[in-house]
Design a protein around this ligand. Sequence first.
Ligand code: T4K
Length: 385
Amino acid sequence: MVKRFREPIYVTRPVLPDIDSVNDAIGKVWVSKWLTNGGLQHKELEKQLQNYLNVDHISLFNNGTLALVLGIKALELTGEVITTPFTFPATVQALDWNHLNPVFCDINPKTLNIDADKIEALITDKTSAILGVHVFGNPCEVGKIQQIADKYNLKVIYDGAHAFGTKIKGKPIGSFGDMTMFSFHATKLFNTVEGGALTFHDEEIGEKLALLKNFGLVSSESVVLSGLNAKMNEVQAAIGLEVLKLVDQERVRRDKVRETYEKNLADIPGIRIITGLKNKSSSYQYFVIEIDASKYGRTRDWIHKELEKYNVYTRRYFYPLCSDFHWYKHLDSAQPENLPQAQKSVQQVLSLPYYGDLELESVEGICRILREMHTSAPFLIPIKD
Ligand code: T4K
């Protein structure tokens, strides 16, 4: 019999530097009396992240969503953008804010990313870009996507909110496509409390982004375009510099958590691990499984609810599908028969608790619960010796 955990176990916890180091970092900001609008902390974080992510250019923002909204604006897209329905609402909301129409493409059953083989059939004369998401840190098929984009002269943007530090065959994830967005929200591997960034190749885009995130001001009395306020402030940047010191160590700790889950879940029928990448190929952002109810004996939703009785709070990222939002439901590409894999995966996917501080004993406990739920499933006949 597995016991209920005394303290709640959440899907994730933020990476937190020691409070004294945070106080010292914020102290420097206070002494400078420079709190925002591109101060020293901002400059330093930008430099260190450009180096860490190994990218040509980077621009920091106050969150990932506004980074994506303004990145899309900077690329001057029009008409339709082909994207995935299996993502966080922010991905498609960034299109909405740019008055662009999403065209939903079904997903790959293994990676749960946009299915590169289904993109071409969705291209029309209104298509201006492909917006892929590296879901749970698993990379999209960047080669195939770029080939399609080159053939039809489309831009490629990646939502890499989950992909901090991932590499594809040694190449940094932020170097693919025209632009990649990263989220530095509290729940991300690297956080600045709230925050985000865009990485890109074109220096001119960098100049445009600098204007877009600062009201379009080219000088104190000259406004050249319609922008927003989307700047990262000095306190966020100062905290980010402290968190960045901990990221490599956090990756090692999360690798142990991943290993423990994998060892303990390996032989439970009906469970497939989606986020099994290791080392530099992994962002160590989430640990996600897929439940095949016909083999496991229980549905994903049943497990999700039942685990709460044990004080374990999993998440059904990304439920519901974006294509089911009431303002998209009428679109042709949003019809369930056009998205069979996404419709299936959205019923099966579950994010398990995952963070460096999670004790390995707790991971073993969660796996024991998952095993017991399977063995006690109603339709299963106990195997006799
Ligand atoms: N694109 C994609 C693919 C994304 O996943 C996201 C964000 C974005 C774009 C947009 O990026 P940002 O604009 O957010 O930078 C969370 C995050 O708020 C969101 O950033 C993230 N994706 C999404 C997948 O997850 P919720 O609604 O699940 O967060 P919440 O508050 O329920 O937190 C989850 C758990 O984390 C809590 O149960 C406990 C723990 N937690 C949370 C916070 C905020 C803490 O322990 N401490 C905390 O401070 O959205």
